[in-house]
Design a binder for this molecule. Structure first.
Ligand code: ATP
Ligand code: MG
Length: 388
């Protein structure tokens, strides 16, 4: 039996004149994400996107991939049939056989997109509902709280049968709001932050600070794996690997221990902003959550934020509890990778008593012992770009 996914768009429908641009982007995203699964045809007619699943292609895999594509509000997985009552009934009986066997009550709902079809939608529902009730006596008609609703959609070329829509990923198509750079550590929070901004239509570039030999290749590989998991939602994501060892050693040798983390984070933001501009990003994303650690108090964040000169910094998990972040991490399948026990560059020289109420003059004084500009430029120059 031929299957198809009928996709109804979400917020993009609201976008007036930009709508065409949004729809084209969404179609392109869908095609790209399905390419490795099989040769599905993706087309759009009257605000509905059709994904035709050819024989031999795994429909479950197509469905799984589509569930992760932002910009889609509803998904109906349907069987295709001829536009005759006989074909529609026979297709419903075989396509929904399991559900029909289980259901104690049902109703039929019909949508008639093709107004040339000789019966109204109410007439079709009544006719097919009657036939099915007659044949499957265990299933009582129930117009208010049916266990099973059998949907028939009669469109231009074909009719479709399905058991009702499921919720899509929502959000906006990736890329329609531009590109941003995600500071991606090996932790739980930053992949979730990336996922959340991707949902708002941002394409991502990952930036990872790497401190060999203090952090191992396994730690780097773990970050790549997190990036790979995110690509299920954001499509392609290059990761920029920034060599960070020299900077950390300089800070350790020349600055007071209690300021180590803050000065390090200021370096991260400076470097990230430079790289982001170089890669045409319009913003930075971090996984900071207020009060979670010493470097995420308000005064600490004021000090880190102060080095960002042009780009906005998005912190989508700033108001979330760890447990809420973990829940999303589980949903997007990054959690198990995030909790692998490899060290992160942040933890390497963590001070025993970090300063949670830093004063700017003290920070600036400490940084005056470092050649900030040269260190930043060197790190930017030696950054490596990896496609995961
Ligand atoms: P996460 O769980 O994402 O690691 P965290 O709670 O451990 O976050 P920090 O280590 O203070 O918090 O880092 C705060 C944010 O700074 C991270 O969410 C991430 O965006 C960024 N960051 C930290 N370490 C790195 C790194 N090695 N490379 C890139 N970004 C980093
Ligand atoms: Mg971390």
């Amino acid at each position: 039996m031929k299957e198809v996914l009928l996709l109804k768009c979400g917020e993009i429908v609201l976008k007036g004149l930009n709508r065409k641009k949004f729809e084209d982007r969404l179609l392109g995203n869908i095609k790209r994400r399905l390419k490795h699964i099989g040769d599905c045809t993706v087309t759009m007619r009257q605000s509905v996107i059709y994904v035709e699943i050819p024989e031999g292609v795994d429909g479950d895999a197509v469905m799984d991939a589509v569930l992760k594509i932002f910009g889609i509000a509803l998904i109906c997985r349907a069987a295709v049939c001829e536009k005759t009552l006989e074909s529609m009934q026979a297709t419903a009986e075989s396509y929904l056989a399991d559900r029909i066997a289980d259901a104690k009550s049902f109703k039929v709902e019909t949508k008639r997109g093709d107004k040339r079809f000789p019966m109204t939608s109410v007439q079709v529902s009544q006719h097919l509902g009657g036939e099915l009730a007659e044949k499957y006596k265990h299933m009582k008609p129930d117009m208010h709280h049916p266990e099973l609703t059998i949907h028939f959609e009669i469109r231009d070329q074909y009719a479709f049968v399905h058991p009702g829509p499921v919720q899509g990923a929502g959000g906006m198509p990736v890329g329609t709001n531009g590109r941003a750079a995600l500071l991606l550590s090996g932790g739980i929070d930053s992949p979730v932050a990336g996922y959340m901004m991707t949902k708002r239509g941002l394409e991502l570039i990952g930036i990872h600070f790497f401190s060999y030999p203090y952090t191992s290749d396994r730690a780097k590989e773990k970050v790549f794996e997190l990036g790979r998991k995110l690509t299920a939602y954001c499509g392609r994501m290059p990761i920029l690997v920034v060599p960070f060892t020299k900077i950390q050693e300089e800070i350790r040798d020349k600055c007071h221990e209690e300021l180590f983390t803050l000065i390090m984070r200021r370096f991260m933001m400076r470097i990230a902003e430079k790289l982001a501009i170089q890669y045409e990003c319009g913003g930075l994303i971090t996984g900071e959550s207020l009060g979670q650690v010493a470097s995420q108090t308000m005064p600490a964040m004021a000090v880190t934020n102060a080095v960002c000169e042009t780009l906005p910094v998005f912190r989508p998990v700033i108001g979330m509890d760890k447990e809420e972040i973990v829940q999303i991490a589980r949903k997007i399948d990054t959690f198990e990778t995030s909790i692998l026990p490899y060290e992160d560059c942040c933890t390497v020289f963590t001070p025993k008593h970090p300063n949670t109420k830093p004063k700017m003059p003290k920070i600036l004084e400490a940084e005056s012992h470092l050649d900030v500009e040269a260190l930043v430029d060197e790190a930017v120059q030696n950054t490596e770009r990896v496609i995961v």
